[in-house]
Design a protein around this ligand. Sequence first.
Ligand SMILES: [Zn+2]
Length: 313
Amino acid sequence: MINSWDIGSVRGINLRVHWTFLLLPLWIFASAISSGTGLTSAFASVLFVFAIFGCVLLHELGHAFAAQQFGIGTRDITLLPIGGVAALERMPRVPLQELWIASAGPLVNVIIAMIIFSVQAITGPGSFATHQFFSQLMIANVILVLFNLIPAFPMDGGRILRSLLAFRIPYATATSIAARTGQICAVGFGLLGLFTGQLMMFLVAVFVYFAARAENRMVQYQDASSPPPRSSEPAQSSAPGFRWSRENKFRNDGGVPSSLSIQSVAAWLANQRRDHCQIVESGKVIGQVTRSQLTAAIYRGLGGVPVSRLLAA
Ligand SMILES: [Zn+2]
């Protein structure tokens, strides 16, 4: 990422700051000055923002360290004005591992809040300014936990929800349900932001909505393009539907019924060692589609529509 700067590294993980992040303390400082609170208080506000982002950084490191336990590396952690992003090399498809990695971030903020609470309880209030600073930091950490536990991708709550579902149902189905839940939450928060005039909330909601959709598409695509398990292996995700399709619907000469979904044709073609197939309607070949056409369509979110739609386009 060219638009961000290195600020150091921990356990081989590069820590980066996106340039837009600097707008936040500038904006906080400017709005504090313009509201007439004085220079000291303006600096305190900026210091508070940096303290929160220190906690966000520790949150992301929580995810990264948990991932390291399963041999999953983290390319970098980038701080943005809306939070931090830990770029994990991959997300494990083992529910217990994903559950632990997703929970580790919020857990860090719970621990920080508990430490602040305990220290304040032991040492007493101290000076008013210091007490207020740390009390607010504790509240900020509690808010971070609650915000991240919203069951929406790419928030941790979305991943926690998917991993909990994936204990019982196939991964792709669990992703669909978690993504749908996230989109419903996003629409709710988006409307709330719109009606209460909270622009930031509205923007985050829009971001969450599209992130949920992208996560779902990616998983559905990966499932469609990976070859189905052999019959000796335990059936996983879309495999049962695929087996049924292969045995009953696909013809030996490579023709595919025009009514089949793009996703099932892609799944079938992935196992055929060729890059195109013919589309058949009422016993007649009406055209052919290539693997790259199918892939592009799945990326555009058309995995569920009949494959004949690709011929019309
Ligand atoms: Zn997190």
